[in-house]
Design a protein around this ligand. Structure first.
Ligand SMILES: Nc1nc2c(ncn2[C@@H]2O[C@H](COP(=O)(O)OP(=O)(O)OP(=O)(O)O)[C@@H](O)[C@H]2O)c(=O)[nH]1
Ligand SMILES: [Mg+2]
Length: 547
């Protein structure tokens, strides 16, 4: 589009694109009628801008008998249109062309096949349309008028002294077109029928009515097609508009503004509340944590840690007993990779078939209901302050992926808790120490056993080394046993502390993982919708040239 750039504010081109963008963003959110209307305006703007910009299409519109055809003839300088006594007379639009070269495609687009060349040479660039009556008893007339009133560059409303206050004109056309005041003229025709002093009063009254329509400062011209009074003034005003070549852009600008206002009314242009509050999903995260059994997992992590610590570092004499007890963490099928998790020797319950699922007990009905409520709360608070259609889509966005939520949280927990089974390095060292101490104890026991056997067989006793007063084998046996138990007890204390720390750390990691899931599945869609609304509002502002 080759469009003129205004001195200030965005260009028409920019505004049309903005309107189109607003329509696209409003799609599926706002009433379809408003979206379609905005698209139609954008399309029309593109079409008009692609046609002759050297021509200004002005339409004579008004009630039957107001004298449109008479004015048309007077301006053209010849009897082109039939002026009748039977009403209505004009049934299809016709065009008079002044220097009509290049106006053909424009009139094709307007779908006005009846064209004449005007005899009056003064008016180069003007395309004048004589329209049927807007208040016609014939539907086809009204449709033709409505169609062309939407398309032309300049609207010339023709009224007469009797019917200038007609409600049909003011309510159906003038008031809704208040935004088009820059591309409108009002002509009070037939002033020859008024006594001279009444003309001014009549014009004043008409001006007041127009002000009431939201059309102050619209030029009002008192003319008579019959006597030619005021016609020079009308010719002059039309000539100025044609010479300026601005009407088409002003008209389209007004159309864009009107369509944007319509979208705005349909979708509300309350500015977006911006980014959703941080921590908006706090309640949701807590509900998800409860529903996913985080407290249970955290407890199992602590217990599991202690359990494995005893297996690894306990007194070798008794630690094997531990193996008969299940690992509390493994029982929830946590801390295993998906491969381990899917191993066939695992109980083939329903969940076991789904790789990577935990066996944390499923959320109770109450917990699920709490998640639902929390989800609704997120939607509600994100939608607060938004106009109705957008508020509803934001609320919907918050719940759009809720079906995946519980599963995603469960997966996050399975992944996050993998880390909870890492073995601390000291377990290995203590284990080695335990076996060393155990070996010492065993050596002592064997030694004593050998001594006992030799004594039984009455063999001579070999010399017995002593540590102080106590013989070495006894030191080894008793000391080994004592040291083993002590090391086991100390390890148990350390494992208890370690379990607590690990549980805390796992709790934090789980909550972080849940926050991530909630952000991705709940807040992200909400943010997207809020962003869409923000872009919609911004596009509308631009389309209405409010910058
Ligand atoms: N006295 C007087 N009569 C006029 C004037 N202009 C038009 N007329 C008469 O008003 C009647 C209607 O004029 P038209 O020009 O046919 O009116 P129109 O607005 O085209 O009417 P439709 O085609 O039916 O919509 C005709 O009898 C004209 O002679 C005027 O300035 N003064
Ligand atoms: Mg007519």
């Amino acid at each position: 589009m080759k469009l003129l750039r205004r001195k200030e504010g965005p260009s028409l081109d920019t505004r049309v694109s903005a309107l189109l963008e607003a329509a696209t963003l409003g799609e599926g959110r706002l009433p379809e009628e408003a979206v379609t209307a905005a698209r139609a305006v954008a399309e029309r703007a593109g079409a008009r801008a692609g046609l002759s910009l050297d021509h200004t299409v002005a339409a004579l519109a008004g009630a039957t008998g107001s004298g449109k055809s008479s004015l048309y003839n007077a301006l053209a300088g010849q009897e082109l249109a039939a002026v009748g006594v039977t009403r209505p007379t004009t049934s299809t639009a016709q065009a008079a062309l002044w220097d009509g070269e290049g106006a053909g495609p424009l009139l094709d687009w307007l779908d006005v096949p009846h064209r004449h060349s005007a005899a009056d040479a003064d008016g180069s660039g003007l395309v004048l349309l004589d329209l049927p009556d807007h208040d016609s008893i014939r539907l086809s007339h009204r449709l033709e008028v409505d169609r062309l009133v939407e398309l032309v560059d300049l609207l010339v409303w023709v009224v007469d002294p009797q019917k200038y206050a007609d409600a049909a004109l003011h309510e159906r056309y003038l008031r809704p077109l208040a935004g088009h005041r820059d591309v409108m003229l009002v002509v009070l025709n037939q002033v020859d029928r008024l006594p001279p002093q009444a003309v001014e009063r009549c014009v004043g009254d008409l001006r007041r009515l127009l002000e009431g329509d939201g059309l102050p400062n619209v030029p009002v011209l008192a003319v008579s097609a019959r006597t030619g009074e005021g016609m020079a003034g009308l010719r002059e005003v039309l000539g100025e508009r044609v010479a300026a070549r601005r009407s088409w852009a002003a008209r389209l600008g007004a159309d864009v503004a009107a369509a944007a206002a319509h979208l705005s009314a349909a979708g509300g242009d309350v500015p977006a509340p911006g980014e959703p509050e941080r921590g908006l999903d706090k309640g949701l995260r807590a509900a998800l944590a409860r529903a996913a059994g985080v407290p249970l997992v955290v407890e199992a992590v602590a217990k599991g840690h202690r359990h494995r610590a005893v297996v690894a570092t306990g007194w070798p004499v008794t630690r094997w007993l531990r193996r008969f007890r299940p690992d509390p963490l493994r029982r929830l099928r946590l801390g295993m990779t998906a491969v381990q998790n899917a191993r066939p020797e695992l109980p083939s319950s329903e969940e076991a078939e789904i790789v990577g699922r935990t066996s944390v007990p499923g959320a109770s009905a109450v917990q699920r209901a709490q998640v639902e409520t929390a989800l609704r709360d997120v939607g509600e608070s994100a939608a607060a302050g938004l106009p109705a259609p957008w508020a509803s889509t934001v609320r919907h966005a918050a719940r759009s992926r809720s079906a995946e939520l519980i599963d995603a949280v469960d997966r996050a927990i399975a992944t996050t808790s993998l880390d909870a089974t890492r073995r601390p390095r000291w377990w290995g060292a203590v284990n080695a120490l335990q076996w060393l101490v155990f070996a010492a104890m065993l050596a002592g026991a064997l030694w004593l056993g050998a001594l006992f056997g030799m004594d039984y067989l009455r063999l001579p006793q070999p010399p017995l080394p002593t540590a102080g007063p106590i013989p070495w084998p006894t030191v080894l046996l008793a000391g080994g046993a004592l040291a083993g138990v002590l090391v086991a007890l100390l390890s148990r204390l350390l494992a208890w502390l370690g379990g607590r720390r690990r549980a805390r750390r796992t709790g934090r990691a789980l909550r972080a993982a849940i926050a991530e899931v909630s952000d991705k599945l709940v807040l992200e869609p909400v943010r997207e919708e809020l962003d869409r609304h923000a872009r919609f509002t911004e596009a509308l502002r631009l389309a209405r040239a409010e910058v």
